[in-house]
Design a protein around this ligand. Sequence first.
Ligand SMILES: NC(=O)c1ccc[n+]([C@@H]2O[C@H](COP(=O)([O-])OP(=O)(O)OC[C@H]3O[C@@H](n4cnc5c(N)ncnc54)[C@H](O)[C@@H]3O)[C@@H](O)[C@H]2O)c1
Length: 386
Amino acid sequence: MPERVLGVGVIGAGWMGHVHARAYARLPHHYPELGLRARLVAVADTVPARAEDFAARYAPDRIHADWAALLKDPGIDAVSVTAPNAYHRDMAVAAARAGKHLWIEKPVGLTAGDARAAAEAAARAGVQATVGFNYRNFPAVARARRLIAEGAIGTPAHARVTFLTDYAAHPSGALTWRFLRAQGGSGVLGDLASHGVDLLRFLLGDVERLVADTAVFVPHRPLTAPGGSHYTVVDAPGGPTGAVENEDYVCALLRTRGGVRVTLEAGRTEAGAQNAYGFVVQGGEGMVGWDFRRAGELTVSAGGDYRNQPAERVFPGPGDGEYARFQPGAGIVMSYDDTKVIEAAAFLRSIDEGAPYGPTLEDAVRAAEALEAMARSAADGTWVRL
Ligand SMILES: NC(=O)c1ccc[n+]([C@@H]2O[C@H](COP(=O)([O-])OP(=O)(O)OC[C@H]3O[C@@H](n4cnc5c(N)ncnc54)[C@H](O)[C@@H]3O)[C@@H](O)[C@H]2O)c1
């Protein structure tokens, strides 16, 4: 069958815009049998320098300053929404109404209502939608899920999910969109706890209730011109500052529908953590643990010995998730960008076959509902049922 070409547009030429563009380009290397090939037709960004830098690297046919113009660009069948959270809802709804398939970054808008609006628009238009919950795609995570489902660690009893990073640890880290309610919505809730909730749902099922506490640790940050990233540090002592409007840190205690107790902790001002993301799931007969900084390793303790049972370091390999698409033998570590290639493949496969693969807008809605429940709980100090 002749290969079909899918024209794609990228809206938002920041970190994620680049990652999506690279993922589309690498698809034929890792998924040569896909019936569809992505061709980058256009990019849209409100900061010209951003769009030009993107174009110099990935060579789209056209650059737009206005994302609405990109949606009207002939030859675009699908869009990546990689702009700040405040734009997700309008972009997703407009793209769906224009009949464009949607690869959209988490958290999908500012609220659960925004994620629901995107989901409804996509369903009404009959377009496919994939959401950027890429941590699911690490082969070690896929193996952990399989081990839990097979009962290798017994019945899961409790778990710890951690998403701690240092990108905002520097007190002179710039006041970018991520720290402003109107632009980013919640703070570390939408930014990182969203990944944590998705991972815990992927491994252990839906959340039934939770209680949470939040904190702001760096209340003011220096102002910056558009075009910086959340890693930008402003070296201007005594310069103008603005208030951080959303939380730097959340700690939550959750109960899944299956009765598993989970503690989830996410923070963005964590000097020393770098990117300490991961989980430990404890079952009655053993445990599995994963650390993103050692993404190619899984700690597993299983075997039914209970006491003195060793915890072993296991290196995932072919047979674990999509590992074999990338490497021929176990123990060759895969990267963050590789997980986005897997996500891009799920997106194109869902379009090709007319059925969803991987995380969908429904998953984004479920995560957003849990995040809103955490914010509510932190405000009034009570358990919240989902
Ligand atoms: N899946 C993940 O692991 C992951 C990681 C980082 C970011 N994200 C998500 O990706 C999205 C983008 O984050 P980022 O880190 O790439 O941000 P970023 O600040 O690096 O990039 C955002 C880009 O969007 C552009 N932009 C702003 N308003 C726009 C508009 N109206 N139209 C078009 N472009 C516009 C900005 O100029 C900038 O170039 C966020 O929703 C974030 O939550 C996901």
